[in-house]
Design a protein around this ligand. Sequence first.
Ligand code: CTP
Ligand code: MG
Length: 245
Amino acid sequence: MSDAAPPARTAAVIPAAGRGVRLGPGAPKALRALNGTPMLIHAVRAMAASRAVSLVVVVAPPEGAAEVKNLLDAHALPERTDYLVVPGGETRQESVRLGLDALPDDIATVLVHDAARPLVPVDTVDAVIEAVRDGAVAVVPAVPLADTVKQVEPREKGEPEPVLATPDRAALRAVQTPQGFARDTLLRAHRTVTGNVTDDASMVEQLGEPVVVVPGHEEAFKVTRPLDLVLAEAVLARRRVTDGF
Ligand code: CTP
Ligand code: MG
C-alpha cells in the first residue's frame, strides 16, 4: 500500500430539469423519445461512452426524479460508470449547482452537459477532458457559425429592429457542451457569480479565469425546436446504417 492519493476522477453533470417550452407541449424535453429511447438516456450514454467518465449526475425535473432514476436503472450503462439522480431547480444555473452539490470529494474534473445535446460524439467529450487534464481550467467545445450575425436593438416581436453592428463572423463561435472544468474553479464560479447566464464557461470568464475553445461537432447540436427532433432522429438512423449502432 502506498500513501499516494487515489487517482482524481471525472464526473459529468447533466442538467435535464428544463420543460422544453420551445419544443412545444408534451413531456419534459429530456424525457421525450428519439427513435424510441429518451433523449436523456442518449445524453447519459454519450458521457458514459468516454472511458474517463466514472460518474454521471443527472439533474432531473423536480417532480420527475423517481421516474428518471427508474429510467436509468432500466437502461444499461458501462460497468465502470456510476450514476446519481438529484432534483433540479428553476433555472439551468440552479440545476447545475444542485448537481455540483452532489459530487463526491474525489472528483477533480467536471463536465457539464445539456441533456438536450443527446448526440455529441465521444471524441468531442474526450477532447474536452484531455484539455482540462492538460491544465486548462475551463474548456468549451464550439463550432464556426454558418450564418452572419447582426447585433440589433431588440423591439417587440415582429417589429423591424435597427441593426447596430455586424461582428466579424470569422472570430465568432457557437458553443456547445460538454463544457469541462477544474472542479474547484467551477465551484468557485457557482458560489460567486450571480445574474442570468446561459452557460457555465461564462461564469468562469466573470471570475477572470481563462476559458479556451476546442473544436466541437455538428452532431452536438441542441434539440430546441420541433425541427431539431427530425434532425436528431435522422442522425440516429444514419448511425444505425453506418455503425450498425
Ligand atoms: N435545464 C435544467 N433546469 C432548468 C432549465 C434548463 O436542468 N430549470 C436544462 C435543460 O433540461 C437542458 C439544458 O438545461 O438540458 C439546456 O436548456 P434548454 O435547451 O434551454 O432546455 P429547456 O430550458 O428545457 O428548454 P426551453 O428553454 O425551450 O424551455
Ligand atoms: Mg431553457
